[in-house]
Structures are given as C-alpha cells and as structure tokens.
Design a protein around this ligand. Structure first.
Ligand SMILES: [Zn+2]
Length: 267
C-alpha cells in the first residue's frame, strides 16, 4: 500500500493489489475546522455540520475517482453484511437511513460502498474477474464474530472465487498500541473465531495486546483467500495521529475516516 497525495489536497492510502477505484482516507485534505475533526472528517455526529461532512465526501470521492454517492450506514460492531445495489446508492450519506450495518458486498457497477473507522479495521475486498466487491468494518467485536468470513461468503454467493479475492486491510490500531484487558481475552475465547484469533493476543511487559489485522488475516485465510492476496497496510492509526484519527489516542475526541470501493460504471 502507499499514500497518494491527490491534486485536490486529499491524502489517502491505496492498495497496489486492487486496480478498481478504492481508497482508505486519512485526516488530510478536508474542510473540517474543529481541532478534533480537522480536516477530513467523514462521519456525521462528530461535531461538524452535515454539510461539512458531505463536502469532505465530495473531496474524497473526487480524489479517489469514486462515484459521488457512497453507501455507508450507521455501524454497530456486528458481523452483518448486506448485499446492496443501484437502489441503495448514497444510503447513509446523501440519503437518510434508519438501519445499521457493518459490511457491504455488491456486483453492481457504479455503486460505491464504504465503512467508517477510527482505530477499527477497514477491509476492502475485490474479485475483479467476477466483478464483485466488499467493504467491511471490523472492530474487535466484528472481528471475533467473523465479519471477514461473512463478507467472503456473501461475495461467493454473488459469483466470487475466494482464490481470486484480494483483501486490502487498511490503517487501524496496531498490536503496538492496542492494549486490552483480560475480559477481552475471555470474550475472544468465547467467540466463533476463538481458534483463529487467540494466537494473535500477546502479553508484553505484563499487559495484553491484540493484533486485529492479524486476526482478520487468519480469518480471511480460513475463508479461502491466498496469503499473497492479502495486502495489510501495517499502518497504525494510534501511532500516527498527524495522519489518522484514532479513537484511543484522542480519548474519543476525533473525526472518522472512510474506506470505500466501487466497480467502475460500464459503458
Ligand atoms: Zn501503534
């Protein structure tokens, strides 16, 4: 993955492994003026006027080459993944939504899907041959509940082949910073993905640290993805607060990033 500085000032992260329009936003290049949301906040309800958030979305989609309307519903740390299409365009941003969801898959061209994070793990998926894409929000609850597996399953139902799916795991809190309690370990042990996730908890200097990107990588591998088709950024949001919003580093006073992908519109 690499940072891209777009001509309009937006900085985003892109995977070299996915040719489709996609990007993981940073906090750079927007018009949010509040100290904690400056400057590319992409979520409502963080202190910015909605018009500011929508202006930031325009800047981000322009920079990445995505359709202006993006589907991204309120998130609830579930493992629910929804198949979306043309009729859902802009749901959660340009059009109000009364439902929540943590992941999307689609085979519809010109339909952008995205997930919002500020330490949680954003995952973008693509089987470019089949023309099927996905976007997943994997906080620790969604991770151990198996949202990555659920997302791959929904893509396969639309015609994707796990052996062809490329997964880009974007910037999130890393194992360097994600200190957790013993209650966390107990919840992981009781989860559907315990066997895959427990190896990615490590004790250091008497504290427990979790590696969410590694947990998701293990789950994606178990779902049939090839190791060389998983592109993990290795970027830690909590270590680099000049570039990223981090819930933990800011004690909750922060904006939110968006990770989005679309199949280009056909002729
Ligand atoms: Zn870190």
């Amino acid at each position: 993955m690499r940072f891209i500085d777009a001509p309009n000032g937006v900085c985003y992260v892109r995977s070299n492994r996915i040719a489709l329009p996609h990007g993981f936003s940073t906090r750079i290049g927007g018009v949010s003026a509040l100290p904690h949301t400056a400057s590319l906040n992409l979520a409502f309800g963080r202190g910015d006027d909605d018009a500011v958030v929508l202006a930031n979305l325009d800047r981000f989609t322009d920079a990445v080459g995505l359709p202006a309307e993006v589907i991204s519903l309120p998130q609830i740390h579930s493992a629910d993944v929804r198949v979306v299409g043309e009729a859902d365009r802009g749901l959660g941003y340009q059009r109000p939504a009364d439902v929540s969801c943590d992941g999307y898959v689609t085979a519809a061209r010109g339909v952008a899907i995205g997930v919002k994070t500020a330490d949680c793990v954003p995952i973008l998926l693509a089987d470019e041959t089949a023309g099927v894409i996905g976007a997943l929000h994997a906080g620790w609850r969604g991770t151990v509940a198996g949202i990555a597996q659920a997302g791959v399953g929904k893509m396969v139902a639309l015609g994707a082949d796990p052996a062809r799916i490329v997964a880009a795991i974007g910037p999130s809190i890393g194992p360097c910073c994600y200190m957790v309690g013993d209650d966390f370990a107990a919840a992981v042990a009781a989860s559907p993905c315990a066997d895959l996730c427990l190896p990615h908890l490590a004790r250091r200097d008497g504290h427990l640290f979790a590696d969410l990107p590694a947990m998701n990588t293990a789950i994606l591998r178990a779902a049939g993805l090839r190791a060389d088709n998983i592109d993990a950024s290795g970027l830690c949001t909590c270590c680099d607060t000049a570039r990223f919003y981090s819930h933990r580093a800011s004690h909750g006073q922060r904006g939110t990033m968006l990770s989005a992908i679309a199949l280009p519109k056909g002729d």
